[in-house]
Write a protein that binds this ligand. Structure first.
Ligand SMILES: *Cc1c(COP(=O)(O)O)cnc(C)c1O
Length: 811
């Protein structure tokens, strides 16, 4: 294992600093100091990176490639130091040089190449694969601009570009010699040569895909895996100014711009699909580059393509990388001369697919004519996959035309990506038990009947290294002192903490740690927005993307109701609370942006009303991202997981919160169900419609939000307050919000769940009054959070889907 002593580290650091900046430490800014540290750590990592690669080559172990449009890594310095096992030494050494490591870590820009849960899952998976000694590689896009930066101005979200590379990126290494060419447009010419059909792609636009590699450090095991992100560049000989006439010159500029646009920006909508051609271009770009480089590398190492599926597993994170399937087919047939049958067997045995959502508006389908024009050869292959698949259906479902046309891959003029993903892979998994059951019995019912053995569940997880050890050092210390350190390698050993739930001292220590974390967060809030919040109040937190199905609206309505009660009776006996929100709305999502405005309008009124004696405060923290989550989550008392049942496929912040000793108030949705099963009904606060009730209403109707509202005076009041000028002199300002609830019958059952939610909140209030009761529950939540480590999830993927990672068992 990598080790270093303090003095050597100091010497290395000073040397690096001088080399990099040509000046002495005293003259450097914090950013200089951060950069020197980052580069030094990368040097330390480099050796193990090369060694890991050599070892993988020597053992010939199965390699996993995780394809994802998004990797939401956050900051890398702190976690790389932690995983290398030198964070403490490094901290001490820097301290002696008068440098505060924590402060330096804050200088790192988040690597925000993702929207939310899906991208963060990919990042947690990379960390777990490396830590479990699984040969796992990430493959994605190196967006020049990550997820936009959010500013809240006059209560509204304003988007600014996230130019995260402005100050450079010490972690990446550009590998121009490993570039690939990706081909767009043009025509396909078929020729028969010696009785074989030959395919040539002509008149295409070539794009150079240049890889940038980032090391992914495993936890104290000398493993360093690779994340490869592709950047689009013009092919240089196509862009030789001197050889162009004037017209060609303009064309060349156009070409350059259109190429660079491919890896320019991350699409900022999650759960909403827009049929933009640039997005399809992005998808094929990174998939084609990734697959070509995998196959090239495989052959260079003497691999035999006829058993590719035994040596390589390719996983697609949602349908975004589904073109991996026809791309492998293309290479095996057109470039390697394989038959369709052989290529198909190998492809389907290699690829596996994760479904992340059942929201209809998120399902990807591409207009077939656009698809065909952009990717003519790939389209031909998809057509043939579809033709053969429909043949299979015809043989099985004689005369059932509706069923067949519903299931086909190309239909109604669209290519349906989920259908292609299911047909072309050997495994389809959901991300929580409930979600997988809904896929099987509703959304993908026909496919489940056809291929029951493909379907399986892999409940999501989170890396406890970032979300507990790194972000909550005081809790980590308490755990180590009470139950030892085995939980770090075996997170389910956290269960040993159960017996300390009844220990008074431990409970008091938990309360003290929580209070410290809250004080730190209170300072961040004060510095950022000048609002003073009381660390002794309950921190009641909802942080996640803003979306109607996640129901920030429900949370907001109950705050409005509580505020009304307090104005009416300022002496009302309630536990003081600080309501904390954070999250970004997709820039084109009007209702979500209005939700942010309403929360801020409520915050403004509540925070400035002297009558209610500071009993409640509302804070909207701007620019939610991984590093902010790491400050908020350890400081949370109550975790709000209140999505409309059936809509949140899993959720992962719910897991981060419980691991940090927050209690959860939740609907029985996504992984909340499994959290409930782990901690028991007494240690979580559940409310709201059940899955059955929701599905019944959707199928048979019978819900009237208008009636629900009229029968509840609290609801009548708060819904009126939205449009009567109470929160804004402009009565029109929140009209859409109101109409969604009342005119359009409240698609997400906000009003329906209101009463049950308020009762659940009253229960939380009562529990919080007794810190022993509360901290006992917190302890039980921590003790049962180990199963939600992404190490467990990855072990399940490795053994259940990829057939890889036999080594981890020997740890
Ligand atoms: C974990 C995480 C998410 C996912 O949150 P959910 O509540 O599960 O939707 C989104 N964004 C960031 C920055 C996260 O860390």
């Amino acid at each position: 294992m990598f080790t270093i002593d303090k003095e050597t580290f100091k010497r290395d650091y000073l040397k690096k600093f001088l080399e990099l900046h040509g000046r002495e430490l005293e003259e450097g800014t914090d950013h200089h100091k951060y950069e020197a540290l980052g580069s030094l750590v990368r040097d330390y990592v480099a050796k193990a990176w090369i060694e890991t690669n050599k070892r993988y080559k020597a053992t010939g172990e199965k390699q996993v490639y995780y394809f994802s449009m998004e990797f939401l890594l956050g900051r890398l310095l702190g976690n790389s130091l932690l995983n290398l096992g030198i964070r403490d030494i490094c901290k001490e050494a820097l301290f002696e040089l008068d440098i505060d490591l924590d402060q330096l870590e804050n200088f790192e820009q988040d690597q925000g190449l993702g929207n939310g849960g899906l991208g963060r899952l990919a990042a947690c998976f990379l960390d777990s694969m490396a830590s479990l000694n699984i040969p796992g590689n990430g493959c994605g896009i190196r967006y020049k601009y990550g997820f936009f930066e959010q500013k809240i101005i006059n209560g509204s979200q304003i988007e600014a570009p996230d130019y995260w590379l402005r100050e450079g990126n010490v972690w990446e290494i550009k590998k121009p010699d490993k570039s690939e060419i990706v081909k767009f447009g043009g025509e396909v010419r078929m020729e028969e040569v010696n009785g074989k059909l030959n395919c040539t792609h002509i008149n295409y636009e070539p794009v150079l895909a240049v890889p940038y590699d980032t090391p992914i450090v495993g936890y104290e095991n000398d493993v360093v895996n690779n994340l490869r992100l592709w950047s689009a560049e013009p092919v240089s000989n196509e862009f030789d100014f001197s050889s162009f006439s004037r017209g060609d010159f303009l064309k060349a500029i156009e070409y350059k711009n259109s190429v660079e646009a491919i890896s320019h920006v991350l699409y900022p909508d999650d759960t909403f699909y827009e049929g933009k051609i640039l997005r399809l271009k992005q998808q094929y770009f990174f998939v084609s580059a990734g697959i070509q480089s995998i196959i090239r590398n495989f052959k260079d190492n003497g691999g035999d393509l006829s058993n590719l599926d035994e040596k390589i597993a390719i996983h697609i994170n949602d349908t975004h990388p589904t073109l991996a399937i026809p791309e492998i087919m293309r290479i095996l047939m057109d470039e390697e001369g394989m038959s369709w049958e052989d290529a198909w067997r190998i492809t389907t045995n290699t690829v596996s697919y994760t479904n992340h959502t059942i929201l209809a508006e998120a399902l990807e389908k591409w207009q077939a004519d656009l698809f065909k024009k952009l990717l003519p050869r790939i389209y031909m292959i998809v057509e043939e996959i579809n033709r053969r698949f429909c043949q299979e259906l015809w043989n099985k479902y004689i005369g059932q035309w509706d069923k067949i046309s519903n299931m086909s891959i190309i239909g109604d003029g669209f290519v349906r990506m989920a259908h292609l993903a299911i047909v072309g892979s050997h495994s389809v998994n959901g991300v929580a038990k409930l979600h997988t059951e809904i896929l099987k019995k509703q959304e993908m019912k026909d496919f489940y009947y056809l291929y029951p053995r493909k379907f399986n569940n892999k409940t999501n997880g989170i890396t406890h290294r970032r979300w507990l050890i790194k972000s909550n050092p005081e809790l980590t210390k308490l755990l180590n002192e009470t139950i030892g350190t085995s939980w770090i390698k075996h997170p389910t050993d956290l269960e040993n903490f159960t017996k300390f739930a009844d220990n008074t001292e431990v409970r008091e220590e938990l309360a003290r740690i929580k209070n410290n974390n809250k004080k730190k967060l209170a300072k961040i809030i004060k510095d950022a927005q000048g609002i003073a919040v009381d660390p002794n109040s309950m921190f009641d937190v909802q942080v996640k993307r803003i979306h109607a199905y996640k129901r920030q609206s429900l949370n907001c309505l109950r705050i409005m109701d509580l505020y009304n009660k307090l104005v009416e009776n300022p002496n009302l006996d309630i536990v003081p609370r600080t309501f904390i929100f954070a999250g970004k709305a997709a820039p084109g999502y009007y209702l979500a942006k209005k939700t942010i405005e309403l929360i801020n309008a409520v915050a403004d009124k509540v925070n400035n009303d002297k009558r209610i004696k500071d009993k409640i405060k509302v804070v909207y923290m701007e620019n939610y991202r991984v590093s902010l989550a790491e400050s908020i989550i350890p400081a949370t008392d109550l975790s709000e997981q209140i999505s409309t049942t059936t809509k949140e496929a899993s959720g992962t912040s719910n897991m981060k919160f419980m691991m940090n000793g927050a209690l959860t108030i939740a609907t029985l949705d996504g992984a909340n169900v499994e959290i409930r099963d782990e901690v028991g009904d007494d240690n979580i606060i559940i409310f709201g419609l059940t899955e059955r009730e929701v599905l019944e209403y959707y199928q048979r109707g019978g819900y009237s939000s208008w009636d629900t509202c009229n029968n509840d005076p609290r609801l009548r009041r708060v819904t009126q307050d939205i449009i009567n000028g109470y929160y804004s002199p402009d009565k029109e300002r929140f009209k859409t919000f109101y109409e969604h609830l009342l005119t359009y019958n409240d698609e997400f059952f906000v009003l329906k769940d209101f009463d049950s939610y308020l009762n659940a909140q009253a229960k939380a209030d009562e529990l919080y009054r007794d810190i022993h009761k509360w901290q006992r529950m917190a302890a039980i939540n921590i003790a049962h959070s180990g199963i939600f480590s992404s190490d467990r999830t990855i072990q399940e993927y490795a053994t259940g889907i990829w057939g890889s990672g036999y080594l981890y068992k020997n740890l």
